[in-house]
Ligand binder design. Structure first.
Ligand code: DGY
Length: 428
């Protein structure tokens, strides 16, 4: 298939996954609206239908909780294809949702739409701005429990990197609830179990979920006594970047107080990044906030520090060197976990495979940090993967095999975003 045929295919995927105002990540495996998937979907729609792009974001924020949280799943309509569904989460909200959030990429995507758009984009952004501000305030209030600036997740699903080895040390300390209700996974009915999290991990995902539900999703109690509280460099850096982008929006649409508040978040997060620096591993890694124990290896979120504009010159150099080492080890960059680490599994979800949304953000970070060679390699590999295998959820870094769900929304969206200028030419 030529690149222009792939453009058409990507557009077709976004349209086919549209469920009337929101897109599902892929049919059957993920049959609802997911938070960061939808934000990336908006980036993809922006390549050919800007009104639909804004509609995707508006719909996502219709699920926002009164306290500002944008939940990780919004259950707009029922489906028996997925577990755990709305009855298990029992959010008590309308629409029903999950009880945790996901990486806050929305403000960065709004800023991107504004910078490439016109007055109508400005108008749509101004309407979303207060909701974006509330969602960032929620993270800084409820996911920075020590008020020190390190952003934590209370469930591996909140990180979006469900079974990454980053969470292994904390997951190993969780005793499965003795009264855990029996459940039936649906994901492994759609996708090979060797590409998905293990049963032991699912037992713990459900144990953590049940704790939150039993607290009525009281965030203070979840932070105080919940089974999982881990500093996440993924969310920390995505939020820091999104705070900078939000500050740009605040200058247009907000008040001086907003600017000061956001500026305070940025300064604190820049400083606090050191709390996630793992000298032994050579990068920013997850860290259990209760025990202080670091994750033992490098995930692909470590170089997101560049995307966030964080880290000392020495830390940046070390990250660039480690990334170059990792790139040498694979045919397709950038694996979600270090291939030289014993926990690496090339086909299993977040324990090794390449995810194009990560490539999009990481390549951008390296470009902005003045390493165009690394940026080009990571962006080019994203395109090469699609040319070789089509639009999958994730890919094997060694062979390029497409894995997980097919006809995947955010992969199609990243293809369109990376191909942006060519698509605009093809359409003119
Ligand atoms: C899943 O079900 O695999 C999702 O990643 C949870 O959000």
């Amino acid at each position: 298939m030529s690149d222009t045929d792939l453009d058409e295919h990507a557009i077709g995927i976004l349209k086919a996954n549209d469920r009337g105002g929101y897109t599902v990540p892929t049919a059957r495996l993920y049959p609802f609206q997911w938070n960061w998937d939808s934000a990336f979907a908006a980036l993809g729609f922006a390549a050919f239908d800007r009104d639909r792009a804004w509609g995707e974001l508006d719909k996502l924020f219709q699920g926002q909780w009164a306290d500002g949280m944008v939940p990780h799943i919004i259950f707009w309509s029922p489906s028996t294809d997925y577990f755990p569904g709305p009855d298990v989460w029992a959010s008590g909200t309308e629409p029903p949702t999950s009880g945790i959030s996901q990486p806050p990429v929305a403000a960065s995507i709004v800023a991107e739409l504004v910078s490439t758009g016109d007055d109508s984009d400005l108008e749509r952004a101004s309407r979303l701005y207060p909701k974006l501000l509330a969602s960032h305030r929620w993270f800084h209030t409820h996911r920075d429990p020590e008020n020190r600036g390190v952003i934590a997740v209370v469930h591996p699903w909140e990180s979006g990197r469900d079974n990454c080895p980053d969470w292994d040390p904390a997951m190993d300390t969780i005793a499965v609830a003795p009264d855990l209700e029996t459940y039936q996974r649906r994901d492994t009915e759609h996708i090979g179990a060797d590409q998905r999290p293990s049963t032991a991990q699912y037992d713990r995902y459900l144990t953590i979920l049940t704790f939150g539900r039993n607290q009525g999703w009281d965030q203070q109690e979840i932070i105080r006594a919940g089974p999982f509280l881990v500093g996440d460099p993924g969310i920390h850096f995505i939020l820091l970047r999104a705070d900078r982008d939000l500050l740009g929006l605040a200058k247009r649409f907000g008040s001086g107080d907003d600017e000061r508040e956001i500026g305070g978040w940025i300064a604190r997060a820049e400083q606090a990044a050191d709390g996630l620096w793992n000298e032994e591993a050579g990068g920013f890694t997850a860290r259990d906030l209760r025990s202080g124990v670091f994750s033992s290896g490098l995930a692909s979120v470590s170089p997101l520090s560049l995307y966030a504009g964080a880290g000392s010159p020495g830390q940046r150099e070390r990250i660039a060197n480690e990334t170059r080492r990792i790139i040498e080890r694979v045919r397709f960059a950038l694996p979600s976990w270090d291939p030289d680490h014993p926990a690496f599994e090339q086909r299993r979800y977040w324990r090794g495979p390449v995810w194009l949304i990560m490539n999009y953000m990481i390549a951008r970070g390296f470009r902005e940090a003045g390493s165009p060679d690394v940026a080009d390699r990571i962006a080019d590999d994203a395109l090469r993967l699609v040319r070789q295998s089509g639009f999958f959820e994730y890919y094997c870094p060694m062979t390029g095999e497409g894995l997980g769900g097919g006809d995947f929304t955010w992969t199609a969206a990243v293809w369109l975003a990376l191909r942006g200028p060519e698509i605009a030419q093809g359409m003119s």
